[in-house]
Write a protein that binds this ligand. Sequence first.
Ligand SMILES: NC(=O)c1ccc[n+]([C@@H]2O[C@H](COP(=O)([O-])OP(=O)(O)OC[C@H]3O[C@@H](n4cnc5c(N)ncnc54)[C@H](O)[C@@H]3O)[C@@H](O)[C@H]2O)c1
Ligand SMILES: O=C(O)[C@H](O)COP(=O)(O)O
Length: 518
Amino acid sequence: MDPRAAEIFRERGIEVHEKPGLSPEEQKAIIGEYDGLAIRSSTKVTADMLEAATNLKVIGRAGIGVDNIDIPAATAKGIVVMNTPFGNSITTAEHAIALMFALARQLPAADASTQAGKWEKSKFMGVELTGKTLGLIGAGNIGSIVAARAQGLKMKVIAFDPFLTPERAIEIGVEKVDLDTLLARADFITLHTPLTDQTRGILGRDALSKVKKGVRIINCARGGLIDEEALKEGLESGHIAGAALDVFATEPAKENALFGTPGFISTPHLGASTTEAQVNVAIQVAEQMSDYLLLGGITNALNSPSLSAEEAPRIKPYMGLSGNLGRLVGQVLGEEIDSIAVEVEGAAAELNITPISGAVLAGLMGSYSDSVNMVNAPVLAKDRGLDVSEVRHAHEGDYHTLVRVTARLKDGNKCNVEGTLVGNANPRLVEMFGVGVEAELTGPMLYIVNEDAPGFIGALGSTLGDADVNIATFALGRRNIGGEALALVAIDSEPSEKLLDALRAIRGVKKVVALRFD
Ligand SMILES: NC(=O)c1ccc[n+]([C@@H]2O[C@H](COP(=O)([O-])OP(=O)(O)OC[C@H]3O[C@@H](n4cnc5c(N)ncnc54)[C@H](O)[C@@H]3O)[C@@H](O)[C@H]2O)c1
Ligand SMILES: O=C(O)[C@H](O)COP(=O)(O)O
């Protein structure tokens, strides 16, 4: 990785250890010490390695492809995975074009022959690119840059990409076609898709049997996209005139069946290897990871919503409020919850709602599992079949800003809690289950539901006093005189089971739940 990455981490006050060339076992042995991991393509981040990553918060890929990272395993551990999706795209597109020229004019073989003193002028007859058809498989960032360069070379560009909209195809000047049409028409084929379960082997034996005779194939994306054995057979039979691979099914490719095949050209995964691209991705990955570790800003994450470093400080107090509202609902209603709605009102409606609902979920799911955060909470919630919806109300109600969490229970009933920020900074519960009650949710607390009758507060005070438990704050609310009342009592020490039983035995008490907040 370019040294600028380490410089940026250090400039921002983050200690950096550079550890090139470690074996997977050595990586696993030390990963537990680190908050962040910055990598290129050769580091494999497996579920096994992540098991030992007890402090890891973020993985930064200085590059585009993330097929070397087990993202579901990282997500399950609450680790953000980021890449730098644009930093090396021009460089990689240029490499694809370079390989296309190299194939058209057999440059590597001609160079080797000339330097060997052979002067084989008649052997190296080439083909022109002008007027030829280039087939793009994948027309995203890199594919569209390749298209623009190829159009400059007067090539006709056709593209197979199921996610390419007709409007975008017009914008980048390519004809959208299906894969079979591309295989039948293209004089040159270049691959620019990620390696996924859908794209693995996209140029397999069957597809390679359908290509136009004399086609030349370029792969600067990922090795697993092409069946290398079938490609070799196609080159040997002469049906395929040439192939240039920058990437291989197994890397480093120190041995490969394709080596030495006529018409075959290779480079050692150099697509992103220019000074400019490496500086770009190093700067981006270090800035993004530092923003996350120091400010909570999230950019280019593959498993978490974005949150700019500028917005993160404005959202931060809401995260505390929302996390505690989720925690309150989770601790009181627990397994009864069927779905959750997160509503924001007033000033909160101007903010990005996704991290707010993520914090609610993290608080709620934290009452069922350990090590829950915004990254893994949505996955854990989905696993439990918990539906989550988000609603934004621009109008201001009784409070200038409000977050409301409504839990729909399995029996169909709905319960809601609401909170605001006092002075835009201090989280405060303002309503619980339809009862107005103002409380700061902090530390150990007791939630008590009782019949509104004289004597309850005295009995509660003496029961806590007898157990030597000090009351920090006390919030009360009731539905109506003599009806159901609720109390939220912050206490200075954790309540024992014996104390909870004693509280439950007070006359008129219907429910006592011990709560814990950050
Ligand atoms: N050789 C290198 O050094 C190098 C450098 C950078 C990137 N890469 C590889 O290039 C890939 C593409 O990068 P990008 O920035 O263009 O990504 P991108 O996400 O911008 O574009 C990928 C395109 O592939 C399309 N796609 C997805 N599934 C497809 C399918 N089944 N069939 C056809 N098209 C499909 C997507 O719709 C998208 O348009 C990366 O994922 C990475 O693996 C390699
Ligand atoms: O996906 C990418 O960005 C490229 O494959 C670059 O990989 P590298 O980090 O090995 O240059």
